[in-house]
Design a protein around this ligand. Sequence first.
Ligand SMILES: *[C@@H]1O[C@H](CO)[C@@H](O)[C@H](O)[C@H]1NC(C)=O
Ligand SMILES: *[C@@H]1O[C@H](CO)[C@@H](O)[C@H](O)[C@H]1NC(C)=O
Ligand SMILES: *[C@@H]1O[C@H](CO)[C@@H](O)[C@H](O)[C@H]1NC(C)=O
Length: 598
Amino acid sequence: MPAPVWWVFLLMCAALEGWQAMAGSLPPPCDSHIYCTGELLRQVQRARLFRDDKDFVDMPLRSNPDVVLKQFEELMNATPGGALSKLQLAQFVEAHFFPPGQELESWTPPDWTDSIPLLKRISDEKLRFWARVLNAKWKELGRRVNPDVQTSPWRYSLIYVPNPVIVPGGRFREYYYWDSFWILGGLLVSNMTATAKGLIQNFLYLVSKFGHVPNGGRVYYERRSQPPLLTLMMESYLSHTNDTEFLRKNIHLLEAEYHFWQDHRTVNISVGGKQYSLNHYNVQVGEPRPESYMKDVELAMGLEEEAQQSLWAELQSAAESGWDFSSRWFLPGFPSLQDPLQDTQVRGIVPVDLNAILCKVEQLLATFYQVLGHGEKASRFWAARRQRGAALTAVLWNEEAGVWLDYRFLHQRHNPAFYLSNISPLWAECDVDLPRAEKVLSYLEESSALSYANGLPTSLTRTGQQWDFPNAWAPLQHMVIIGLAKSSSPRARELAFSLAQRWLQMNLAVYKKHGGMFEKYDVEGDGKPGGGGEYPVQEGFGWTNGVALQLLDLYGEQLTAASALCSPTWLCIGACLILILVSQLPGLLGDGPFPWEG
Ligand SMILES: *[C@@H]1O[C@H](CO)[C@@H](O)[C@H](O)[C@H]1NC(C)=O
Ligand SMILES: *[C@@H]1O[C@H](CO)[C@@H](O)[C@H](O)[C@H]1NC(C)=O
Ligand SMILES: *[C@@H]1O[C@H](CO)[C@@H](O)[C@H](O)[C@H]1NC(C)=O
């Protein structure tokens, strides 16, 4: 090409780029004109053909997308105004789509066994029986991807992965990223190392394909991730198997995922004249979430186009955090608007848990490289971890509160509210020393979070959102319990055990009463599934089962299934009361023989 042609070409590109920037146009969740963007999706979801918007975008196509789109266009052209009736849309969907989720088939993991070593270590008979039930749940949650998804991916919203998966359950019929960390921990307790390795291989495959791990196994999750726990999954797997060869072959992918977060999810924060680099959730997608389409459309109603796109980017960033939705992400002073979700602002916050996780990732990558004999890489990651620790202290640690707090950098202020995520550096062993651990313990003890018999609430703010009071989530219980259990303070370790005991007793009570394991629970009342948020509570449930098995593994010898009212303290008090009563009885009844002694 002669030089002038190059120039014209470059100018055109620059103009296009500039135009896009001016229009502030953010891309859709993925490029599919069936599942992520376009008129068919818009009309079907707006007609509310399905009770759950997720159903439509989980339906496989009967023919290729270009055929379906062409027929849809013809139908629109033949309809005055182009807007199809609900009946027409229903008929079109029926004719061109299979029912949702057909591409996932039930699968019994071949390494599943009924006689797991854990059972021998649980002393309480009821808990032992229940652990059997939990172990058997892996067979209900195992799925195999139909081979056609690999050969004709364009007909599916499911993202192909090479190995079978364990799904959370309910509407979450595909694999999810951060759920899988606690699922994997449970699989390892069940000695299902081959299944666990398969899950990790799937996520490594996704990193090789996308550069990051998508939120879940659907194309509409493709441009957002979830809390980056893949490197921690590798650690869990290695501690059970010592499979250093697997690590050697794949460490470059773990590092690639780390770089994704460093390249696309970083902010520079200035505090006390110094600059610190930390991470935030930040999804650059400017259209509604296809799986919650109408909710997002309604929330953005009446906004200018740019504000709409910005709101949708915030909602997807909340989904990336795993905490969708929560007062954690609401602007200070909510609710200023009709629906506080309109006040969601995730991208302007440096979250404690994300940075704790990445701190752990840096520590693990340093350790892994050391084990593999790459000294130079190891020292680079040790340095990154040191910087992260300093940044946590400077930006997130709040001496007055005695804990780390999310930092709203747009307002240059901490969010003072109580969230279990504030404690996560304890679990990640990042930026902690003994005095600090003691302070964090006091933070927990002085909050009212410990006063609920059914577990730790996510926050102390009642908003109707699912990541707030009164909901309790298994992964957050696990994070706090493990964080306390690792402490050198005996008080913290005692608390860890009593929290585990409480959580398992509640899980078991709800299991008996409602016949299932749930995605979340309610800390209030006498034990029941949680509520709130965008959809009904789901049963299954991957991470709840995984956490229960891991806590049984940790404390199996000491745990009891008896209800909280029969704890040793209460038994003791009860016995005393009875003794006192019995000692007073003769006086109360006079000197005569007891009536029942005839
Ligand atoms: C765990 O599974 C491995 C095979 O994956 C097997 O070799 C081992 O014996 C099992 N351990 C126990 C305690 O069952
Ligand atoms: C793992 O392997 C290392 C050396 O390769 C060895 O020192 C260690 O004891 C092994 N651990 C387990 C749990 O097998
Ligand atoms: C943060 O600052 C560094 C060094 O000044 C710079 O290279 C980097 O691009 C900045 N990152 C962001 C996200 O602004």
